[in-house]
Design a protein around this ligand. Sequence first.
Ligand code: IPE
Ligand code: IPE
Ligand code: MG
Length: 237
Amino acid sequence: MNTSALPRHVAIIMDGNGRWAKKNALRVALGHRKGVEALRAIIRESSDIGIEALSLYAFSTENWRRSPEEVEALMGLLLEYFTKEIDELDENRVCIRILGDKDGMPEKQRQALIKAEERTKNNTGLKLNIAINYGSRAELARAARILAEKAVRGEIRPEDITEQALADELYTKGLPDVDLLIRTSGEMRLSNFLLYQCAYAEFVFPTVLWPDFDLAAYHEALAAFGSRDRRFGGRKT
Ligand code: IPE
Ligand code: IPE
Ligand code: MG
């Protein structure tokens, strides 16, 4: 594939597990399990072709509204993922960062997330960001709070609160802005994902359900990105 116009930062809203399960007359938990399987190839490919950062929406602050059974299944899968996949991710030099409020997670999951970050923090390969208990509005409110606390302590002045200062208090601190956002299943909304970071992102909405999102579909999305004319408000002569 042509890697000349690759995005530095890809974000994916992995949507459609529920519909996939329904379509195949399976329980929703099995749809989520298939979703995790689809993920493996996408992470490996991102690593192989030299994507710098990959951000995945795994569980939103709003997803707690689902049934206790589904939330429990998702929490179980998360724990399983961070236990079983961590060796391979670490071997592939993947650096894991969790976007979201870890303190709001059940204790076992919280520990597993912290451990994964700690273990892979010096890895120099793909920056893999997994959004768990994440909501963009909560992230922005948190950043505002941190800056306000610094101001109250006299460490910064109001005029020090620049776009960069705000970006530096987000979970994505130090990462490039999102270049390409992919949302599967045909839904065309952000659902509270990386609102600030997607200011100039290109959007691609494949209709395929997430468990069916394969390498061909990924390449198609990357090719679509490559053909976009990004202007950032300017004008090309
Ligand atoms: C996305 O799939 C996964 C999570 C939200 C965790 P959904 O479960 O939202 O799938 P649909 O939208 O019901 O098909
Ligand atoms: C967004 O999908 C969250 C994840 C994919 C983790 P949802 O399925 O929860 O979003 P809505 O409810 O359709 O907007
Ligand atoms: Mg959904």
